[in-house]
Design a protein around this ligand. Structure first.
Ligand code: KG4
Ligand code: ZN
Length: 337
């Protein structure tokens, strides 16, 4: 079964064709990142405009690269939540039009579910497993009971891990997105040079909190500037990254031990982080747990992961009517159709 996946939840306009949820036939990504760099973050209006401009060509190219016409497509999967509402609406409306015109089933896909599915394209991993989803907008520890059944065990109370890294990157005057810049420059710094707080959420042992860390890095930079000293960017980046990764792995380990998981999976943009990957490898090796990391090309937003998850949603009977809407927020364990 061939699924066409369409993604437009943030700044990537993406489309892909995937066979039976696992076999990649094409994967086209057009990003408006360079334009957002000018503003130090994603500007929703610009993202929506770029999606509208290039979605048609991106989908056409995905079909062409896969050697397919719409006749060869069995269903059209589209990200409908969560994300930037104007951006999501471009993908949803395009997919709806295509589904009606070509008389194909329309499958709505939750963005975080699709991030998890990036692992189905990388390996033959199957649920159940424990997944750490870390992106620009979310930090979740989720029990993935089946391809369409999830239970959130822990999540961030404020900023997402990617958001904290991006904000720290901006404070350190590093290019956007800060997460990638911090990962790159950390190799040149001393990760033990600065101590940052290790926040705990009262009464919620598996939840994260990253907003205090951001304030800590801002204060450190201001103090250094006030003393007229040079800002040790690489040391600050490395120390900050080490702390964020420690917060993530500490909670992940606690959940795996307390709930008896021995299969760990990572997903989301921040799962590309080299320290996070290395620390998870260390942790899983020490406990004898299996670890699945998404291939780097599937860590960021893409259409292939949407097509993969769309396949499993379709098998589970999920199908939307032509009045499908987009939603800026939606829990991963909820579905509207
Ligand atoms: O999943 P994603 O592409 O978009 C969302 O759904 O949010 O994640 C984007 C986030 C950004 O915060 C970016 O800084 C972060 O992923 N990111 C990284 C790395 N690559 C991307 N963070 C740390 N290290 C990386 N190598
Ligand atoms: Zn994402």
């Amino acid at each position: 079964m061939n699924i066409l996946g369409i993604e437009s939840s943030c700044d990537e306009t993406a489309a892909a064709v995937v066979e039976n949820g696992r076999i990649l036939k094409s994967n086209i990504v057009a990003s408006s990142l360079e334009e957002h760099k000018l503003y130090g973050g994603v500007v929703p209006e610009i993202a929506s405009r770029r999606h509208a401009e290039c979605i048609s060509a991106v989908v056409a190219e995905a079909l062409e690269k896969a050697g397919c016409s719409l006749d060869d497509i069995d269903a059209i999967a589209v990200t409908y939540a969560p994300g930037l509402i104007g951006a999501l609406l471009v993908g949803v409306n395009f997919a709806k039009g295509l589904a009606v015109a070509a008389n194909k089933p329309l499958v709505p896909v939750h963005h975080l579910r699709s991030h998890i599915a990036s692992n189905y394209l990388t390996s033959d991993v199957e649920p159940p497993f424990l997944c750490l989803i870390v992106s620009g907008g979310h930090s979740h520890i989720v029990a993935v009971n089946s391809y369409t059944d999830y239970k959130v065990i822990g999540k961030t109370r404020d900023d997402a891990a990617g958001e904290a890294l991006d904000k720290a990157g901006r404070t350190l005057d590093l290019p956007y997105p800060g997460g990638i810049s911090i990962d790159k420059i950390s190799g040149q710094g001393n990760a033990d040079a600065f101590k940052f707080p290790h926040p705990r959420v009262e009464g919620a042992p598996y939840d994260f909190s990253f907003s205090g860390l951001k304030t800590a890095v801002i204060n450190t930079v201001h103090n250094t500037q006030q003393k007229g000293e040079k800002i040790p960017v690489a040391d600050l980046a490395a120390s900050f990254q080490k702390n964020v990764v420690a917060c993530l792995t500490e909670k992940l380990e606690a959940v795996a031990l307390d709930f008896g998981f021995n299969k760990i999976v990572l997903a989301g943009g921040v799962s590309a982080n080299s320290l996070l990957r290395a620390e998870c490898e260390k942790m899983c090796k020490a406990h004898g747990w299996a670890l699945q990391l998404p291939e780097l090309k599937y860590c960021g937003d893409n259409g292939a992961m949407v097509a993969s998850q769309g396949y499993y949603e379709f098998l589970a009977g999920v199908c939307a009517a032509s009045n499908l809407n987009a939603y800026a927020t939606m829990p991963i364990d909820e579905a509207i159709v």
